[in-house]
Design a binder for this molecule. Structure first.
Ligand code: GGG
Length: 357
């Protein structure tokens, strides 16, 4: 029996509703698998914690969860705490402190879900976005002077290192090797951003030359966003900087039916540190407490965790169960259904048991 220690951080808003749903499904998987068990420790780090303690997590927070096998996180951010305070106080330290430099986000239209794109089916929307997760536009370098005067000056430095750029692009090409469509598309903006993006392009083509069997292309982020809508079937793996990857994956989740279904893995590929699994969506204050949050983004993130921990078949089992439940019409309102968080979760659990039997 293999036991994994999971650090759970439900965080804010609907994170507190979908993380327990994801945990239920992990327990069902453990149950039907028989050879794996999860031991959870929950941490209350969140905006509520900030309002009480003046920080999003304790000073030694990373040390406390550093020994876990994985982190299972819900959502970060809530009205009453500035978004940059909550993000930089919790999620970004986790991503950086544990060198989770590869953020992998599948964009896949599951059977039973209607894409907002007309006449698109599951065979048209099935690719992965790899987001650089440790540097780029998410940088704390810069400053603000002469505040509240007409002479106010604000600078924000983007940070692109050769090591960081090369390793994420290499990661994207390695991933493309395992995919049906062997193609990597690079998100750039080297016409307007004249230092970092031409550098990104240069590194992209240096790496691309080493992967003979994999098609490579670069596209400006504006055109690429439009192509997500007009030609989603053309993509295999899309690689982008921190900000570009973040924006593209909200769009990706939307064309795959709902932001509520988007899953994400913040990976430390070397497995020196724990990786963190969280849905793409945020805390959704508008639907908190209504019991209608879509649990599938969290459940799918749990499936990505299973894959990372060495159980790819368990990943497939969960995703197949999700697809079957959606195809049967059990959906939360964001997908046009009437089911609650609890009903969708129970249906996925039941389907996992049925498929595994
Ligand atoms: N579930 C992830 C979450 O709460 N994300 C909030 C957010 O705004 N994240 C920005 C980012 O991923 O960079």
């Amino acid at each position: 029996m293999k036991q994994f220690d999971i650090a759970m951080i439900p965080g804010d808003g609907i994170g507190r509703e979908v993380v327990p749903a994801g945990q239920k499904i992990l327990n069902v998987v453990a149950d039907v698998h028989g050879g794996v068990r999860f031991r959870y420790k929950s941490y209350p780090w969140s905006c509520a914690y900030y309002l009480k303690h003046g920080r999003m997590m304790p000073e030694d927070g990373l040390r406390r969860i550093g020994d876990s096998d994985a982190i299972f996180l819900g959502a970060v951010g809530f009205p009453g705490v500035a978004d940059h305070v909550s993000l930089w106080g919790l999620l970004i330290p986790i991503r950086r402190g544990f060198q989770q430099y590869a953020c992998v986000r599948p964009v896949k239209l599951l059977p039973g879900v209607r894409s907002p794109l007309a006449a698109r089916g599951p065979e048209d929307i099935d690719f992965v976005v790899v987001r650089e997760n440790n540097e780029g536009e998410y940088s704390s370098m810069g400053g603000r002077i002469y505040s509240d005067t007409p002479h106010e000056v604000v600078t924000q430095l983007n940070l692109f290192t050769r090591r960081g750029t090369e390793r994420i692009i290499r990661y994207a090409f390695e991933l493309a090797r395992k995919k049906r469509k062997k193609k990597v598309t690079s998100a750039t903006k080297s016409n307007g951003i004249i230092f970092s993006m031409p550098f990104w392009d240069e590194v992209f083509w240096e790496v691309a030359r080493r992967y003979r069997g994999i098609a490579a292309e670069q596209m400006h982020i504006d055109a690429l966003s439009a192509r997500f809508v007009t030609h989603p079937h053309n993509f295999g793996v899309v690689v982008g900087s921190n900000l570009f990857g973040d924006i593209l994956t909200d769009l990706g989740a939307a064309i795959a039916g709902s932001i509520g279904i988007g899953a994400s893995a913040n990976l430390n590929p070397e497995k020196k540190f724990p990786s963190c699994f969280e849905p793409v969506h945020g805390s959704a204050p508008d639907i908190v407490g209504k019991g209608i949050a879509n649990p599938l983004g969290q459940i799918w993130s749990g499936a990505l965790m299973l894959e990372h921990l060495g159980y790819p078949k368990a990943h497939d089992l969960v995703v197949n169960a999700m697809a079957a439940v959606l195809a049967s019409g059990v959906k939360t309102p964001d997908l046009g259904g009437k089911a609650s968080t609890a009903q969708v979760t129970a249906a996925v659990g039941k389907e996992i048991r049925r498929l595994a039997a």
